[in-house]
Design a binder for this molecule. Structure first.
Ligand code: 6LW
Length: 527
């Protein structure tokens, strides 16, 4: 008996030491970097799940898992089938807007908006597995959210700059009560992103206002009744970087938030924000950030003390868990791509294969170009740091006049920088560094090379993207650098962020051209 108590004490001592030794006195924001806007979070037992918007990219609604709110691992997507997500010809920044994820009595629900088709719900008992086909809602507006109480489900949504609530059946989408207007916010433009929480007998309605740029803010109201009337928090906004106390903060545009309570009863907020670079430009899109919330009994929630957040966050404690290293490189040895890889709209799956030449990603060219509002042979992953180095090596086969393959720094169909291997009419192979910016397209550099085999390197360097090539995969020769500002959200518009994409296109409808990509490396430079 004595021995086992001593052993138990030693084990507990080791766990406690390990936990506090590795448990950060804080964490770094964003918790999910790159284009991951409009975060929504739920908790099932000890597990947290988080979803973000995905717009014209497929699969849709990336799904993340964590046990400590800091370290997140992508475990898949909610929308993985065309029957759930038809993006055919959907416009730039079209497709999937803000999702909400909720867990109630063993079932996970994800509700979102396909902006050209309406609001819909999918559900599952296994979030990492398949989600159901959609049930469509008749209510209009965007940023739909669900609130469950006493086996009833309530929808909040924001048509006509007003937050409405109604009871629905979440498994059929049937509306069960009429829409009741419950709040219009504090007067900010675009009242959106509504979520309802029940605490201390109060129904709290949290929204975002001001638009998703520098004027963004989170506001909250409460009522003793779910359908109101709601009284606004006198201390609104509870989160904003639009005031002087955040004018130099490297995070801007904070808003679109969701709240969650941890096992230790502490409250936390996830929200979106963006990180300007190259002056007042941001390229990574809106990212997901975390903030501690002080929410005393019968009190209003207070976010991180003063309603602003930082890159380096100092907090008391968070449950400590092992750190899950992010997928930084792909050597294409697996028989399917990692979750970080996305297609533009619904892909023609026969044009992508990892098995025809094991160890290579084969992209089969079609005549759909990067400029087309369509689905080119393109697969990309988000740029997640301002400073990074990406490399890829590939060989093109059976190419004809005008066919090309390469890497693109892609904001959207109208805004991208491409580094390509291009087959000339006379059969020569040329490296082209080319930009497409709105109506303008221009070849900035041309370099003749002997073979259809090359390695490309792209570096993100705050104000610039720099491009280089190598014929031996080791020594790189600089080609040129391009101004990052012209691809920013401020210049290009839209709701997305930069993707680094691999692609292959042809001039011929009967093209046999394909490119075999040997690897893709993405190395953050967290300066
Ligand atoms: C989303 C809206 C918003 O539906 O941007 O920042 C829209 N907030 O709530 C698209 O992300």
């Amino acid at each position: 008996m004595q021995v086992s108590i001593r052993k138990l004490f030693l084990v507990l001592l080791i766990i406690a030491t390990t936990c506090f030794a590795s448990n950060p006195a804080g964490y770094k924001n964003p918790i999910i970097s790159g284009c991951h806007p409009d975060p929504s979070i739920c908790k099932a037992g000890e597990d947290y799940y988080l979803v973000t918007s995905s717009f014209e990219y497929f699969p849709g609604v990336p799904l993340f898992h964590s046990k400590d709110l800091i370290h997140w691992e992508q475990i898949g997507h909610c929308l993985t089938r065309t029957s759930q997500l038809s993006l055919d010809k959907c416009g730039v920044s079209g497709g999937i807007y803000a999702p909400t994820i909720r867990y109630y009595k063993g079932i996970f629900y994800m509700i979102t908006t396909n902006i050209s088709k309406g609001n819909f719900i999918v559900h599952t008992k296994d979030p990492a597995g398949e989600w159901s086909d959609p049930v469509w809602l008749q209510q209009s507006g965007i940023d739909p959210s669900l609130f469950f109480e006493d086996d009833k489900c309530y929808l909040t949504v924001n048509p006509n700059n007003t937050i409405y609530v109604s009871e629905i059946n979440p498994l059929t989408g049937q509306q069960l009560t009429t829409n009741k207007a419950i709040w219009t916010g504090t007067g900010g433009r675009y009242p959106e992103a509504p979520h309802i929480y029940k605490k201390d007998g109060w129904y709290y309605l949290m929204i975002s206002e001001g638009g998703t740029e520098y004027g963004h803010k989170v506001t909250i109201a409460r009522s003793k009744n779910l359908d109101g009337p709601y009284d606004s928090n006198p201390a609104n906004p509870i989160l904003t970087h639009s005031n002087v106390n955040a004018q130099w903060n490297p995070i801007q545009g904070t808003g679109h938030a969701d709240l969650i309570q941890a096992d230790d009863s502490s409250w936390w907020m996830v929200c979106l924000g963006f990180r300007p670079q190259a002056g007042q430009h941001h390229l990574l899109g809106r990212e997901t950030f975390l903030a501690p919330v002080k929410w005393d009994t019968n009190a209003w929630p207070v976010v991180n003390g003063n309603g602003t957040i930082d890159v380096n966050m100092n907090v008391e404690t968070l449950p400590c868990q092992s750190i899950i290293p992010p997928a930084l490189s792909s050597d294409f040895n697996e028989n399917k791509l990692g979750f970080e890889w996305n297609y533009l709209r619904n892909p023609q799956e026969q044009n992508y294969t990892l098995t025809e030449r094991p160890g290579f990603l084969r992209l089969k060219a079609t005549t759909v170009k990067l400029d087309d509002i369509d689905s080119p042979t393109f697969v990309g992953r988000r740029q997640e740091q301002i400073n990074f180095t990406a490399t890829t090596s590939f060989e093109m086969f059976r190419s004809q006049n005008g066919d090309e393959s390469g890497i693109t720094v892609f904001m959207n169909n109208n805004s991208h920088y491409d580094l390509v291997l291009h087959k000339e009419p006379n059969g020569e192979n040329k490296i082209l560094l080319r930009y497409r910016l709105g109506e303008m397209t221009h070849i900035a550099k041309e370099i003749k090379i002997p073979k259809e085999k090359v390695a490309f390197q792209v570096k993100g360097e705050n104000n610039y993207y720099s491009f280089a090539y190598s014929l031996d995969g080791n020594s790189y020769k600089n080609i040129d650098k391009m101004d990052a500002r012209f691809l920013s959200s401020e210049t290009a518009g839209g709701f997305t962020g930069i993707y680094l994409g691999l692609f292959s296109t042809s001039e011929s409808k009967i093209s046999k051209t394909y490119a075999d990509f040997d690897y893709f490396t993405y190395m953050p430079d967290n300066k």
